[in-house]
Design a protein around this ligand. Structure first.
Ligand SMILES: [Zn+2]
Length: 310
């Protein structure tokens, strides 16, 4: 297995207020654990800048202009109660997107079997009209559209195992049967969307997990709800919104996943991708706010992508 790790040199350009859970140190924790010997076989690339005008593919025409207007010349501006934009935030958003697009291209061209992008800010809460939930631009949604527009994919699947529902991704694709979106998330929890009854045009699956539940409950939800629908959809490429805030140590949620659970869901997705998508997987970091929970979850996920044994 050739696994590509795309990292973001300018991840510190996106500054959030002191004490904010979505902080640059998250990516330092990932950088550190990716230096361990078992990750020596990764192909590593720095994220290039991407044209943020590509946001127009999934966001409303005025969206980027509104973000630019909200961006302060210096310091930190506030978009909503918990979403902030600093002078360098759009530079970071640009390389987060550049990472996703570079990973997509490498996987489509067969230079890598799969890829993980260690990037911030996250994206899956950003709706067509509204940045929210620490998210400025919906990176994975743009990557999905580029898979179709630039690389000829007809059917794209996005699996989101972040502990929060990816309301933004659902909002963007709820009327588009060419994109499948499945999310597992703690329920109830922010942002309050993601009921099982929200099914789009038959292309949306929402698996709700009760607070306090562990990997056993998660595995049953995936085996009964997510995997059969994903397999039936048969995507040309599989994208993952990889959040690690379902970890038992995470301060923003109350699920009890352990690193082996992240490895398990990754391996299952790889098996389905092998059957439907020539194994092509591009994974993008979303949440994960406990330093060790994030690092060990990413290690389990990337280790699985590399084909490490259970
Ligand atoms: Zn989250």
């Amino acid at each position: 297995m050739t696994t590509l790790l795309v990292s973001q040199r300018n991840f510190e350009s996106h500054v959030t207020p002191s004490g904010h859970p979505e902080r640059p140190d998250r990516l330092r924790a990932i950088e550190q654990i990716m230096e361990q010997p078992q990750f020596a076989g990764l192909v590593r690339r720095d994220a290039p800048f991407a044209d943020l005008m590509l946001a127009d593919l999934v966001h409303s025409p005025s969206y980027l202009e509104r973000l630019r207007n909200a961006r302060p010349a210096e310091g930190i501006g506030q978009i909503d109660e918990d979403t902030f934009i600093s002078s360098g935030s759009l530079d970071a958003a640009s390389t987060a997107l550049g990472a996703g697009l570079a990973a997509l291209e490498a996987v489509v061209l067969g230079e890598a079997d799969n890829a993980f992008c260690a990037v911030r800010p996250p994206g899956h809460h950003a709706e067509a009209e509204t940045p929210m939930g620490f998210c400025l631009v919906n990176t994975i949604a743009i990557v999905a559209r580029e898979a179709q527009r630039k690389h000829g994919a007809e059917r794209v699947a996005i699996i989101d195992f972040d502990v929060h529902h990816g309301n933004g991704t659902q909002d963007i694709f709820k009327d588009d049967g060419s994109v499948f979106y499945a999310s597992s998330h703690q329920w109830p929890l922010y942002p309050g969307t993601g009921r099982p009854s929200e099914t789009g045009v038959g292309n949306i699956v929402n698996a709700t997990l009760p607070a306090g539940s562990d990997g056993t409950v998660m595995r049953e939800a995936y085996e009964t709800l997510v995997f059969p629908a994903l397999e039936a959809f048969a995507p040309d490429i599989l994208l993952i919104s990889a959040g690690f805030d379902a970890d038992h140590r995470d301060p923003l949620a109350q699920l009890n996943w352990v690193p082996a659970d992240f490895a398990w869901v990754t391996r299952q997705l790889m098996e389905i991708a092998e059957r439907t998508s020539s194994g092509r997987i591009v994974s993008l970091l979303e949440g994960g706010y406990d330093r060790n929970g994030l690092a060990t979850g990413v290690a389990a996920h990337v280790g699985a992508l590399m084909g490490a044994a259970a």
